[in-house]
Design a protein around this ligand. Structure first.
Ligand SMILES: [Fe+2]
Ligand SMILES: [Fe+2]
Length: 281
């Protein structure tokens, strides 16, 4: 793709799959956010068909700006939230997660647009894509208010790689993306929000609160459609989840879990307890 500035163009949104693919391909992040949200609006207003043979092919990797530099996960450092650089590092990591989440939600829609699922499946994932784009914008605005921006620091590529392993199996994709990666957000966000409040950064804490409330809905959408696919295949949801996670996700799940928020979203402990690392500090 060329590095020239690409302005938002509505005519990239010809179908749901076409609009989602154009958003994934966009390397200019303002354009990516615009295309994700405009595609969601038009789909929800029933102004788009699902797909057409003329839709652009789905790329293996999403379009991204030159910065941030992508590094292996272990090279990203953790710093205290009591310093401005520490808070900015946390916000940067969060912006990167939200940006990945935009592409991951759109990828579920575009990659699996030929699956025999009800229209409401796509309604749900386009709502997720819309909200992830909103989250990315909120975190980026907060970074800018603090004198920094997304792209200033290195970031890791683990989220996209984790999802890529499930590109041929929708049930596995739902096990990994909403039910592992997004559910992890429910576990860690409340304490992060609390620490942010303690440092006096109420604005950042408020952003985290919006994200937390929306993410409960994302896990719920994931659990609903995961259970739907299991029921259709006459498979037990908890056991299927464990099999798919063992086959498609590296490593154990990390306790402690936010059992209440997870259960409210339809993800009960029978799904994830047996996948936890056995040793505890
Ligand atoms: Fe999000
Ligand atoms: Fe999410």
């Amino acid at each position: 793709m060329s590095g020239t500035l690409q302005m938002p163009r509505e005519d990239d949104i010809t179908t749901l799959r076409g609009g989602a693919t154009a958003a994934i391909l966009a390397s200019d992040l303002d354009r990516k956010v615009f295309l994700a949200q405009e595609t969601a609006r038009r789909w929800h207003r029933r102004r788009l068909s699902l797909r057409s043979p003329l839709d652009p092919p789905l790329p293996d990797r999403p379009g991204r700006p030159e910065k941030p530099l992508l590094v292996p996960p272990k090279n990203t450092e953790k710093r205290s939230l009591h310093t401005l650089p520490g808070r900015l590092a946390m916000l940067h990591a969060l912006a990167h997660i939200e940006l990945n989440a935009v592409d991951l939600a759109l990828d579920i829609v575009a990659r699996f647009a030929t699956e025999p699922v009800p229209q409401s499946f796509f309604d749900g994932w386009m709502q997720v894509a819309f909200e992830e784009a909103k989250h990315f914008g909120m975190v980026r605005d907060r970074m800018r208010a603090l004198g920094a921006d997304y792209g200033d620091m290195p970031a890791h590529d683990g989220l996209w790689q984790a999802a890529h392993a499930t590109r041929n199996d929708l049930t596995a994709r739902l096990a990994v993306v909403p039910l592992i990666l997004e559910a992890r957000g429910l576990d860690v966000t409340p304490s992060l929000q609390e620490k942010m409040r303690e440092t006096g950064d109420i604005e950042s804490a408020d952003v985290l609160n919006v994200i937390y409330e929306d993410e409960k809905g994302h896990v719920a959408i994931g659990a609903k459609w995961f259970r739907f696919l299991c029921a259709r295949q006459k498979r037990d949801p908890a056991r299927t989840f464990q099999e798919l996670v063992r086959a498609n996700f590296r490593g154990a799940l990390k306790a402690p879990f936010n059992d209440i928020a997870r259960a409210e979203a339809g993800l009960t402990p029978s799904f994830y307890r047996s996948l936890t690392a056995t040793s505890h500090a």
